[in-house]
Design a protein around this ligand. Structure first.
Ligand code: HEC
Length: 451
């Protein structure tokens, strides 16, 4: 079965969909010689250039810049602690379980972690200035991420209605409806969502763009909570979704976008809008495969059934049957403050089981989207059951638990809970599915013979 091969592909490779701006033209120079004492200029700066600076530079989401020795040195201890525990860079997929080949992996390798730890333990020396790598080059912020790939900015940009978040307030949810203005059906090949200004990035926790349209063909693939209406979910650290060749999402004439934006106050009044950029297939071009973003619930029985008891752990499970063959493109767990982990497993029609992905140290600050590499995205036949499990820690032991004595149910606020995984599924007919499985098989045989 195609699945059993997936774990053999090493950490990846293609940055077609990168979860955040990657420096251009840099290759990590991991420490080659283990007994040589690592220095900042020679060993650490190349790692930080590639894996930290996208966020840790002036004006970006991280609290401090990590670009120069002077900036890094005061944080050495904290860096060691965050890096050793894999809290930084934020990438919370379990390394020992399931698929490990992703398009947007920003985690450190074991060797890189070892280098950072040894560097801090040996007094965090600066080293020879001549060893310092050239500065990283980042894509311009005003440029859309996929403009290069698609040869220009998005074909359609839709703004949410502006919203002013006061300096001090509880979290706000902003749900304006904005018409797309489309007068004919079109197919989407790429989507980006972003707060439209840098200050806006500070207040925008996450944003959903729901597509409101008449759908005759509602019987899409797998059972899910939200169905074909959702276009994309954006959260800190995520920038876009690109369809594979000949795949797309359908957006119809007279449709509108219903925004659901979660803002939080940062001590300063900020006004912003969120923008949705859509790259479209040319008029009249219909991709063969339809991709659908589903929110697969991780508990059964509807929203009222989610019940997190005080002062204990709660585990929930839910099962979704795939009515068509499909390729699972990504895994993005969604839980709130008490969420600790989520697992996505495939139970195949022949009874075989395969854990696809596990996040066992979920961190609410990071709604990471784990996008499977082309060679690794699971191909699942119709009849497969997607089995989800989520767990919640409502004890005093959970750092940041607002109140372990509260019962918690489903709700929008972060002190309420949710439980679902955002998963993009590309549905395939039998012939295409078999072809994809055969291609995957011959790919892994090639890899075998090369070994
Ligand atoms: C995707 C963005 C992102 C990347 C990549 C990233 N960080 Fe961070 N980092 C943050 C944000 C945001 C915070 C503050 C919130 C938090 O602690 O989670 C932070 C916090 C930290 C802290 C704690 C600061 C404190 O206040 O104590 C350290 C240390 C750190 N990062 C080191 C690193 C290192 C080293 C790397 C690369 C190996 C890295 N980070 C990669 C965004 C990022």
């Amino acid at each position: 079965m195609a699945l059993s091969r997936t774990d053999r592909f090493g950490p990846v490779i293609a940055f077609l969909v990168s979860a955040f701006a990657m420096p251009v033209g840099l290759h990590a120079a991991a420490a080659e010689v283990a007994d040589e004492q690592p220095t900042f200029t020679k060993d650490i700066a190349p790692i930080f250039r590639e894996k930290c600076e996208a966020c840790h530079r002036a004006g970006y989401i991280a609290p401090m810049s990590l670009q120069t020795y002077a900036e890094v040195r005061p944080w050495a201890r904290s860096i060691k602690q965050r890096v050793e525990t894999r809290q930084m860079p934020p990438w919370h997929i379990d390394k020992a379980v399931g698929i490990q080949a992703f398009k947007n992996d920003r985690s450190l390798t074991d060797a890189e972690i070892d280098t950072v730890v040894r560097w801090v333990d040996s007094g965090a020396p600066q080293g020879n200035l001549a060893d310092m790598p050239p500065p990283a080059v980042f894509a311009d912020d005003d440029v859309w991420n996929y403009a290069d790939v698609f040869g220009g900015p998005p074909d359609l940009i839709i703004h949410s209605t502006p919203y002013t978040m006061p300096a001090l307030a509880q979290d706000h949810w902003w749900k304006p409806e904005v018409p797309t203005g489309l007068t004919e059906d079109r197919w989407i090949r790429g989507i980006e969502i972003r707060p439209s200004t840098v200050p806006g990035r500070r207040i925008t926790h996450h944003a959903l763009a729901r597509l409101q349209q008449e759908e005759a063909d509602a019987a899409l693939g797998a059972a899910s909570d939200i169905g074909p209406g959702l276009l994309m979910e954006w959260a800190v650290g995520k920038q876009g979704e690109m369809m594979r060749p000949n795949s797309g999402k359908l957006i119809k004439a007279d449709s509108s976008i219903v925004w659901d934006i979660h803002y939080h106050a940062v001590g300063e009044q900020i006004t912003d809008t969120v923008e949705l950029g859509l790259y479209l297939y040319p008029v009249g071009e219909v991709p063969k495969h339809r991709q659908v973003l589903s929110a697969f619930t991780t508990f059964e029985g509807g929203r009222e059934a989610l019940s997190i008891l005080p002062n204990q752990m709660t585990v929930t499970e839910a099962f979704h049957v795939m009515k068509q063959n499909g390729r699972i493109e990504n895994f993005q767990p969604h839980l709130h403050l008490r969420g600790r982990g989520m697992q996505m497993e495939a139970i195949l029609p022949d009874g075989g089981r395969q854990v696809l992905s596990l996040v066992s140290k979920f961190d609410f600050n990071w709604h990471n989207n784990y996008v499977y590499a082309d060679d690794a995205a699971p191909l699942l036949p119709k009849g497969t059951v997607l089995a989800f499990k989520a767990w919640y820690d409502n004890t005093a032991g959970l750092r940041g638990n607002p109140d372990p004595n509260q019962w918690v149910g489903w709700g929008d606020r972060t002190v309420d809970e949710m439980g679902h995984a955002w998963v993009n599924v590309t549905y395939l007919d039998d012939a295409d599915f078999e072809a994809a499985v055969a291609e995957r098989k011959s790919g892994s045989e090639r890899t075998d013979s090369e070994e």
